[in-house]
Design a protein around this ligand. Structure first.
Ligand code: NAI
Length: 465
């Protein structure tokens, strides 16, 4: 006889554990199946430890280059990646313990092991069978993947992924980072601050290719100023891994280049965890791209009573998108009718320095869709608060629908962009116009005034420019 729960969630990452908490809040007997540490990739080998390392990187840069100007002489600044790494591990452990505590607090049963689906909402974990009376939720996430096309396997020594980079005892002297998405840009930033000579290689024509081109350009300029070598629009034609170094041959802009590095960090996307999960038996189908097939309106899979959330349900592969799906699915299982998720309103943030954040459409997409729009911009170099901190890189850019004043898209590059984007996220989610954003009085002096000024600029009446 299988153990009975109302809801069983497979995977204890930010999608799964949040879903379990919400299900428990709604009075359902809930279990989470997790084979590793609670908190998933995000807490243990993703968002949290990288942000801890990025904070160390920020302090290292400030100490080495910015503090003197602020009247603080620090003498010879030394960095130690091992120390920063161990601090980041502690932060991850604290957060994972925090998730354990939350499971106890909400009386969610944690089943340790790998969950394998069977018929009729059953899950086998080791020798035990469990059944969900109401619903099963698949939240098994994703993992790093290599780029077999360039002929280099991740060997965990010279060719590594973020999984290994997060545990290095020392920053290497040289590193080539392949892929300039969020992972690549964040690690380029971290290792550059710890003294590594970093070369960042991107196949598409610009770094952070999904962001607005102006954001990519601003970040590229800042990275170059800090000594990071960039090769965008680059095709790696050959990769050779030796014992202590890796050689990459590339073609970029019609020119051939050879890059040698002590380590190569593969940062070119993630693969989802769908293998050996009993999907066939349970009737769960996959899409052509390998994600679990879901109806986006309900997050139901092709099997009755089986839902899917987070990375494994498809892009954007972001923790906050998964968590929201978790809440929505738990409410749906409990018979509520939650607000549908507007996938256009999922903010995107890359936490390198300067930070890059966005919501909604890029200008390129607005153009492609033949929308009539106006663009408002405000640079942090003209913002009083940014000047007080000597952090004047970047800008706020708002793309405003010409007729109705709707916020089609917003892009922020600069210090605290990751926090500031939420003003525009709330505005867009609630369909406030750009005029309404400006009507809210912004305290002076704050970085957020740049948002109000960009809003004004999109209407042709910027004050401080
Ligand atoms: P990604 O897909 O965002 O970026 C990978 C980059 O590698 C792309 O720009 C792609 O064009 C490039 N690329 C692919 N093949 C290449 C090749 N052969 N040579 C050179 N460049 C190549 O993947 P990433 O950065 O690994 O992130 C994975 C997922 O995790 C994404 O969905 C990302 O949004 C998410 N994530 C989010 C973070 C955040 O929100 N701050 C941080 C880290 C990851």
């Amino acid at each position: 006889m299988a153990n009975q729960f109302d809801v069983i969630v497979i995977g204890g990452g930010p999608a799964g554990y949040v879903c379990a908490i919400r299900a428990a809040q709604l009075g359902m007997a809930t279990a989470v199946v997790e084979r590793d540490k609670l908190g998933g990739v995000c807490v243990n080998i993703g968002c949290i430890p990288t942000k801890a390392l990025l904070h160390s990187a920020y302090v290292a840069n400030l100490a080495a280059h910015g503090a003197k100007e602020l009247g603080v002489e620090l003498g010879g600044v030394k960095t130690d990646y091992g120390v920063a790494m161990r601090r980041s591990r502690k932060v991850s452990e604290q957060n994972s313990k925090g998730v354990e505590f939350l499971m106890k607090k909400h009386k969610v049963t944690v089943l340790k092991g790998t969950g394998v689906l069977g018929k009729d909402r059953t899950v086998r974990v080791g020798d035990e069978a469990h059944q969900a009376r109401k619903a099963l939720v698949i939240a098994t996430g994703s993992r790093v993947k290599g780029i077999p096309q360039i002929g280099l396997e991740i060997n965990k020594t010279t060719v590594i992924s973020s999984d290994e980079a997060l545990f290095l005892e020392q920053a290497p002297k040289t590193m080539a980072v392949v892929g300039a998405g969020a992972v690549g840009c964040e690690f380029a930033d971290i290792f550059n601050a710890f003294g590594t000579k970093v070369t960042l290689i991107e196949a598409l024509p610009r770094i952070l290719p999904l962001e607005d081109p102006e954001s990519s350009d601003a970040l590229a300029k800042s990275f170059k100023k800090r000594g990071i070598t960039l090769h965008a629009g680059a095709k790696i034609t050959k990769g050779t891994a030796g014992r202590d170094k890796v050689t990459l041959e590339l073609e970029a802009g019609g020119k051939k280049e050879t890059v040698e590095a002590e380590k190569v960090l593969m940062a070119a996307g993630r693969a989802v965890n769908t293998e050996s999960m009993g999907f066939e038996e349970a009737g769960v189908q996959l899409t052509e791209r390998g994600f679990v097939k879901v109806d986006l309106a309900t997050l139901q899979t092709t099997a009755a009573g089986v839902y899917c959330i987070g990375d494994v349900a498809g892009p954007p592969m972001l923790a906050h998108k998964g968590s929201r799906e978790g809440i929505v699915v738990a409410e749906r299982i409990a018979g509520h009718q939650p607000h549908a998720i507007k996938y256009d309103n999922v903010p995107s943030v890359t936490y390198c320095h300067p930070e890059v954040a966005s919501i909604g459409l890029t200008e390129e997409v607005a153009k492609e869709r033949k929308l009539e729009y106006q663009v408002g911009r405000f640079p942090f170099s003209a913002n009083g608060r940014a000047r007080t901190a000597s952090e004047t890189e970047g800008f706020v850019k708002i793309i405003r629908d010409k007729k109705y004043g709707e916020i089609l898209g917003a892009h922020i590059v600069g210090s605290h962009a990751s926090e500031m984007i939420h003003e525009l996220t709330v505005a867009r989610e609630n369909e406030y116009t750009v005029e309404e954003v400006d009507l809210a009085i912004h305290a002076h002096p704050t970085l957020s005034e740049a948002i109000a000024e960009a809003a004004l600029d999109s209407m042709g009446r910027v004050i401080h420019l």
